[in-house]
Each structure stands twice: as C-alpha cells, then as structure tokens.
Design a protein around this ligand. Structure first.
Ligand SMILES: Nc1nc2c(c(=O)[nH]1)N[C@H]1C(S)=C(S)[C@@H](COP(=O)(O)OP(=O)(O)OC[C@H]3O[C@@H](n4cnc5c(=O)[nH]c(N)nc54)[C@H](O)[C@@H]3O)O[C@H]1N2
Ligand SMILES: Nc1nc2c(c(=O)[nH]1)N[C@H]1C(S)=C(S)[C@@H](COP(=O)(O)OP(=O)(O)OC[C@H]3O[C@@H](n4cnc5c(=O)[nH]c(N)nc54)[C@H](O)[C@@H]3O)O[C@H]1N2
Ligand code: SF4
Ligand SMILES: [Mo]
Length: 768
C-alpha cells in the first residue's frame, strides 16, 4: 500500500469512527459516490447567525456527520465558529419531533400529519367565517428560508387577505429597517464585509461581536494584525469578550448612545471636520417629533412628522450636546468623545461602524441609527471600501426572508402595503385581485400577541420561533395565548415552551433536510440543496404552508411540484425585484456559487451601493446617489436624547440587561441538544459587579433573586466570569427555558420601528 492509499484508508476509518461516536449504533456503510475522505461534501450557508458563513457538509449516506468552512465562500474563507462546526449535531437530538400532535381533551395526542394539516385548514376556515380575516395570523422568523416567508406572505396577504404576517425579526432588526428607511429610503447596508479589509478604525456601537459574530470579529482582528495602526473601539454598556480584545472600551449609560452620537457631531462641527462638499451635494436635514412615547399601552399609535431644516438649524439643535454637557447623561468623559470625533474626523482614516442589538433593541432604536448615520454622512465616510455604517443582522435570513420578502405587517415583497403600486404589483404576480391585499398594516409583533390576549386574534400559526421564551413581559403573552377560544399551531423541530401551549404541533424538516435559501447581512443570497431526509413525517415549513393553502382552496396560487417548488418559488419571487436597484441572482447562479450579492443586474454583483463607481443604479454624473430618496440625497436627522421608560430607582435600583453567549443559539432549543455546547454553559446566571456583590453579601455561584415590576427569578450569580456589568447593572442570558428572564423584561418599544427594548428595565437584586 503506498502512502497516499494508506492516508485514504485512514481517513475513511476516521470518518466512520467519528460518525460512530456521534451516532452510536449507526452503521455508516452506505456512503454513495463518496469523495476520497469517505464523505460527500455539499455547500450550505451556516444554520446559525446572520454572518452567513459558507459551510461544507460532510455526508455519510443519509447522515450529516461533519462540517467545515467553505474556502470558496467570501464571507468566511474556510473559517467557522463553534456553532457552525457543531451545527449538524442539532439535527440529531434524541427528542426530535417526528410526528404531528393535536390537543385532544387537554392532552397532546400523536396523529398522522395529514390529519393535523386538515385540522389546521379547517380551524382557519372556521375562525375566518366566525371572526373575520383579521382574526387569523402567522408569526414567523428570520430563520424562515426565503421560500417559507414568500409562501406565508402570499397565502396570508394575497389569498386570505390579511396583513397579519409578522416575524421575530421585529424583535431583532426592525429598528435597523426604519433607520435605513428614514435616512436613505431603502433598506439594508450599503457596504459589505469586504469593508473590514480596508478600514483603519472600527467603532462598535453596542454589540458583542466576539461572541455573536465571531467569524467577522476574527476578520477584524486579522486586519489589525496585518496593519498595526488599525484600532477597534468598543462602545458598550457592559464589559464583554469583545471589550477584552478591543484597543479601547468606553462604557456608557444605557440609552445614552443617542447623546454620544450627537456629541460627536457637535465636535466634528466645532473642529471643522465636516465634509461640506459631500453634504452640500448628497444630504438634506430633517427634524422629527419629540417626546414620542414607549408603546406600553395597547393599540399605541405613532406617526412621525419630518420637518425640513438647514445645516445652521441642525447645528443649533446640537448646542446641548457639547462633550462636556453630555458627560452627565452618558458617564463618558469629554476627552473620550473628542477622541472618537477625532477618529471620525480625520480625513486620512477610514471608519466602519458596526452594531447589532444594543442599537436595535432600544426605545429610540430608529433615532440612534439616524444619529450614527449622521456621523458618517457629515464626514462623507459612507458607501466606499472601508468607510461605512454597517448594521449587522442577527439571524441567518432576517434580511433574505423578513426584510426582502417583506414578512412584516406593513410590507410586501416589493414596497409597503400602503402603496397602491406595490399592491398592484403583488396582486399581478400572485394572481389575486388587488382588492384582496389590504392597504392598512394590522399588528406588529408585540401588538399581535396583545391582540391574541384581548381576543381580537383567535388563530395563530407560529413557525421557526419560540415566542414563549423570547417575548418580553412574557407572562401576559403566555397567559393570553392559553386563553379559551385561542387556537395556536406551532411548527418546530423540538419540544419547547411554545409547543407546550400549542393546540397543534407540526414537525418540521430542518435546514439541510430540505432545499432552501437564506440572505445574510451583506445582501448575500445563499442556496442549499436537500441533503438528508427529515425524520418521520417531518415536513418543510414551506410545504406545510402549501398543503394548508391547497386545503383552503388556493390551488391555482400554489401549483408547484414537491420536487421543483423551491426553484419555481424563487423564479416567481425574483419578478418582484427587477431593475438595477434590487435585481436578484438567478436560481442557477445561486445553486452554483456560495452566495451572490444583490443588486445583481445582468449577473454582476454590487458591493457598494449608492456609489457610482460600484453601483450601476447610481446615476453616473453624480459620485454618490442615494436613490432611495426622490432627490438622491440622504437625510441627516436631528434626534435628541430621551430617557428610557423605566430606570433604576430606590425600589428597583439595578438595570437589567439581557443577551447571549457564544455557545448558545437564542432559546437553546438546538444548542442545548449539542452536548459539548450545552455542557459548556448548562444554565443561565446573573452577572453582577464584584462591588455590588460584596455590598449584597453575594458570592460567585450563590443564588440571587431578581425582581422587576413584572416578575421575579432566582438564579446563580456570576462574578467576573465571562462578562462584567458596571456597578448598578445585572446581565442575564436568555437561552435557558428553565430560567425565563423574559418574565421580568418590559414590552416597551421604539414608536417608529415597534422593536422592544430587552436591554434595559429596572430590577431589585437580593440574595436568595
Ligand atoms: N452565539 C450566538 N450568536 C448569535 C446569536 C445567538 O443567539 N448566539 N444570535 C444572533 C442574533 S439573532 C442577534 S440579534 C445577534 C445579537 O448580537 P449582539 O447585539 O452583539 O448581542 P446581545 O448579547 O444581544 O447584545 C449585547 C450588546 O448590547 C449592548 N447594549 C446594551 N444596552 C445598550 C444601549 O443602551 N445602547 C447600545 N448602543 N448598546 C447597548 C451591550 O453593550 C452589548 O455589547 O447575535 C446573533 N449571533
Ligand atoms: N431577553 C431577551 N429576549 C430576546 C432577545 C434579547 O436580546 N433578550 N433578543 C430577541 C431577538 S434579537 C431574537 S432574534 C429572538 C429570537 O427568538 P426565537 O426566534 O423565539 O428563538 P429561537 O431559539 O431562535 O427559536 C427558533 C425555534 O425554531 C426551531 N427550529 C429550528 N429549525 C427549524 C425549522 O427548520 N423549522 C421550524 N419550524 N422550526 C425550527 C427551534 O427549535 C426553536 O424553537 O429573541 C428575542 N428575545
Ligand atoms: S459566525 Fe455565525 S454563520 Fe459563521 S459559523 Fe459562526 S454561527 Fe455560523
Ligand atoms: Mo436577533
């Protein structure tokens, strides 16, 4: 045997042995047309975060047994993080849902899938007949594939005729959307990840990138390693692993980022570092309503009134935001603000801003996005390689599905429901009368669950999301969903607190058990083939919806074959996005490549939008063309600092901040079934500052009781573990369904985006 043959046989043995370890008792004899290593490798985007790493799945027969980073994918160039590497194990938890269940006399009873689908359709028909079209709703996800979301929108908005379509991305990316829309008139980032390879300075505005976007974080560290002048500045409310790796961490008081951004603008004007040539040609100024509320009451409504102002008025409005004046609100010394302004203001430095939930989950979420865009517009550092504001997405397809397909109450695959032309276009492509599509949005997510509680909604279908863990002020919405006369259908892959309250559970085919597409943060659409069979009767979310649509009589609108439906759906959906501003790749391109970025007119990807050097839709005689706005100019908004609705006081003296850890995905339903990840962080805990702990007589590991105005929770304290909140704050991750921190959080939201703020409310902390 020569050396090559020996290595080959070793690899074969190793693959089988590894597989045997993961799936004891399973024989891996059937390897099909296996590659030299004994496995067949197929491309997919990672199942987890919005980074959208390309992965290669190692298949041994009908089993996915291995994962490696796809070197051909520009996002990650062969790298993965811990969740990516372990992702296929999420398919094989021992309690995977393999059959449907129906609640009969209070107990969940297994039934054939066909019977469950019949019941779902019958219940929908009955509810619509009794309570009207707006009494049924679907609540989906940024983890929906593009076909899932497209089919849901077509069924509910086009066929049934209700705008009761929402997704968990309302909890995640809504403020990013309204930020883009108000400043630029078009959604999604102008730049791309390649910006990382050109930037000199990175400013993180409240995101823990080391844990939540690890592969992008390591790309940023690589850039600093290669170019030692590169700086990473972490603006945060809590010390994290990201802070540890940054050149500087500036801790600020929750919500006061609004004042910091304004103070940077104030200082840029003061230092005469405004790019006047840029703003004269490419920006105009606006001011909106102030004192806009928090959405704490049911049926809260808000409409902004933009007023045109000029640069002088903008400058005047910033008078209250000198670096000295904001020290008190922000807790940030004036010299640090000056330092930040000097980085943005230096014409030789390219600056990228990154953010995620710190700025989105914010009762002034739209405003803080506007304020950060202001800095980039005032300095002209936008839409160029290495210069740009970049809103990072959380979920793998919050962009591709929720934002692009438009699975929000106010959206259509192209445009807003309020726009007649957009409705006409949808009606034509969907083959439904235009009168079917209502012109008024109904319920955003929080209001949707309030409507279920009130009884305005009677039927809700929940897919690929676990709201009985992730809704804020959870008790109200759980009690509401369980009320008599409510019918809840849940499609999931594992039992969860949400399947616990369901009337019907539909078992779903997961990720590579079906064909699909996601769209990541940098406008990259990524396709994968079905690679393995789903267990039992599990069925893709797309196909569940099609089955029910047909039972409701919409056979003409859902004519596709099981074999070809993803291609056919993509080709229909593509018709919404014609033209150089949003053209999407062809199905054939998507199948071939590890992702294609839109706009992709004539098969050419666009990396930087609005810049005529890179974007064919930007009119050539202008260097920049913000074509989302009618006059091609972006809007610089004056948005003030306004306090959050609930702040620490004598009764509830601590801030409660919540978020995530690298090992777990959201509610842990998948990552807690991956033993290496679960054992690394087996349960939730409350991080507390050592000084506070000392005052309260709490030691590491002691049980502490957190109490807010909405509920209380006992969990172990963690002192100087992974993160460190400042004095007066506790932090709790939300992955643990056994320790539901959302029973304490507040359902206040940004009046413009309707995205709730999970990062701040007030609690009391005691030794339990
Ligand atoms: N491992 C892992 N990765 C994930 C996920 C996961 O569950 N696990 N989920 C994905 C999803 S859907 C999302 S949305 C992202 C979330 O990604 P991140 O936003 O990075 O993570 P979080 O833990 O939600 O939020 C942490 C940050 O909120 C900031 N913050 C708190 N209060 C404020 C404030 O008032 N203003 C500002 N500006 N910042 C504040 C803190 O400084 C902290 O850095 O992660 C994605 N990636
Ligand atoms: N306290 C607090 N709460 C928060 C946040 C916070 O920062 N703090 N962040 C918010 C944010 S940004 C987000 S994105 C949300 C996330 O909230 P959720 O979307 O509610 O959380 P996930 O755990 O991602 O839920 C996905 C569900 O889909 C299931 N699943 C997996 N694959 C499939 C599939 O192919 N088909 C079907 N049908 N099901 C599948 C999983 O088992 C899981 O139950 O949480 C929000 N809630
Ligand atoms: S960074 Fe995100 S997309 Fe990449 S491997 Fe990790 S979880 Fe997956
Ligand atoms: Mo998210």
């Amino acid at each position: 045997m020569n050396r090559r043959m020996m290595l080959k046989s070793l690899a074969l043995g190793a693959a089988a042995a590894a597989a045997e370890q993961i799936f004891p008792g399973v024989l891996f004899a059937n390897t099909g047309q296996a590659a030299a290593d004994g496995l067949t490798w197929k491309k997919a985007p990672c199942r987890f975060c919005g980074t959208g790493c390309g992965v290669l799945i190692g298949l041994a027969g009908d089993r996915a047994v291995s994962v490696k980073g796809d070197p051909a994918c520009a996002v990650n160039k062969g790298l993965c993080c811990v969740k990516g590497y372990h992702s296929v194990m999420a398919l094989y938890g021992s309690d995977r849902l393999k059959q449907a269940y129906v609640r009969k006399n209070g107990t969940m009873t297994p039934v054939p899938m066909k019977e469950a689908l019949d019941l779902v359709a019958a219940k929908m028909k009955e509810t619509i007949a009794q309570h009207g079209k707006d009494s049924v709703a679907i609540y989906g996800s940024g983890q929906w594939t593009i076909p899932d979301g497209y089919v849901a929108s077509k069924l509910f908005k086009g066929c049934i005729g209700t705008n009761n379509v929402e997704a968990n991305a309302r909890l995640c990316m809504a403020s990013a959307v309204t930020g883009f829309m108000t400043s630029f008139g078009m959604d999604e980032p102008m730049g791309c990840y390649e910006d990382i390879d050109h930037a000199d300075v990175f400013v993180l505005w409240g995101n823990n990138m080391a844990e939540m976007h690890p592969v992008l974080f390591s790309r940023m560290l690589d850039q600093r390693m290669a170019k030692p002048h590169v700086k990473i500045i972490d603006l945060a409310t809590r010390w994290t692993r990201t802070s540890m790796a940054a050149d500087k961490c500036i801790l600020f008081r929750p919500q006061s980022d609004l004042a910091i951004a304004n103070a940077i603008c104030h200082e840029l004007i003061h230092r005469d570092q405004v790019n006047y040539a840029f703003i004269e040609r490419h920006a105009t100024f606006r001011a909106g309503k102030t004192d806009i509320g928090y959405g704490l009451e049911d049926k809260f409504a808000f409409t902004d009134e933009p007023k045109t102002i000029d640069f002088k008025q903008f400058q005047k409005l910033l008078d209250d935001y000198s670096p000295e004046k904001v020290e008190k609100t922000t807790g940030v010394p004036a010299h640090e603000i000056r330092y930040l302004a000097s980085l943005f203001g230096d014409p030789r430095k390219k600056v990228v801003s990154f953010w995620c939930m710190g700025m989105n989950q914010h009762t002034r979420g739209t405003w803080i996005q506007n304020n950060v865009y202001n800095i980039h517009l005032l300095t002209g550092k936008i839409s160029q390689p290495g210069n740009g504001p970049f809103s990072l997405t959380g979920q793998p397809s919050a962009c591709g599905t929720v934002r692009e397909v438009g699975t929000l109450t106010n959206r259509l695959p192209y445009g807003e429901v309020t726009n007649e032309k957009a409705r006409q276009k949808a009606a034509e492509i969907w083959g439904v009368p235009v009168e079917n599509i209502p012109a008024k949005p109904t319920y955003h997510t929080v209001e949707m669950f309030r409507a279920l509680d009130r009884g305005d909604l009677r039927f809700m279908w929940i897919q690929v999301t676990n709201p009985m863990v992730t809704m804020p002020k959870l008790r109200r919405y759980r009690d509401g969903a369980k009320k008599e006369g409510r019918f809840v259908v849940v499609s999931d892959v594992y039992p969860t607190p949400t399947t616990d309250i369901a009337d019907v559970i539909l078992p779903s085919a997961m990720w590579i058990e079906r064909e699909g597409m996601f769209g990541n943060s940098e406008r990259r659409t990524q396709h994968w083939d079905k690679m393995v069979n789903p267990p039992g009767e599990a069925m893709s979310d797309t196909w569940q919806l099609i089955e029910v649509a047909r039972r409701l009589g919409y056979t003409k609108q859902f004519p596709w074959s099981e074999k070809d439906h993803v291609r056919e759906i993509w080709n229909e959906y593509r018709r919404f996005h014609t033209g150089p501003k949003h053209e999407m790749a062809t199905y054939e391109m998507l199948r071939e490549r590890p992702g294609v970025q839109w706009p992709c007119p004539d098969g050419v990807e666009t990396k930087w939008r609005y810049n005529s050097r890179y974007d064919p839709a930007a009119t050539k005689d202008k260097s920049f063309d913000f074509y989302g706005k009618p006059d091609g100019r972006a809007w610089i908004w004056f948005r003030p600092y306004e306090a959050p609705p609930e702040m620490p006081d004598s009764e509830y003296p601590f801030w409660l901040n919540t978020g995530r850890v690298v090992e777990h995905w959201h509610t842990g339903s998948m990552t807690r079934r991956i033993p290496v990840l679960h054992r690394a962080v087996p349960n939730a805990y409350a991080e507390i500052h050592p000084q506070d702990a000392k005052k309260l007589g709490i030691r590491d590991g002691d049980r502490v009781k957190l109490t807010s105005r909405r509920g209380s929770l006992v969990l172990p304290a963690q002192i100087d573990g992974r993160g460190r909140p400042p004095q007066g704050m506790v932090f709790v991750p939300f992955f643990d369904e056994g320790l539901l921190i959302n029973e304490l959080t507040l359902d206040a939201f940004c009046p413009i985006s309707k995205q709730p703020d999970y990062k701040k409310c007030a609690v009391r902390v005691e030794r339990a």
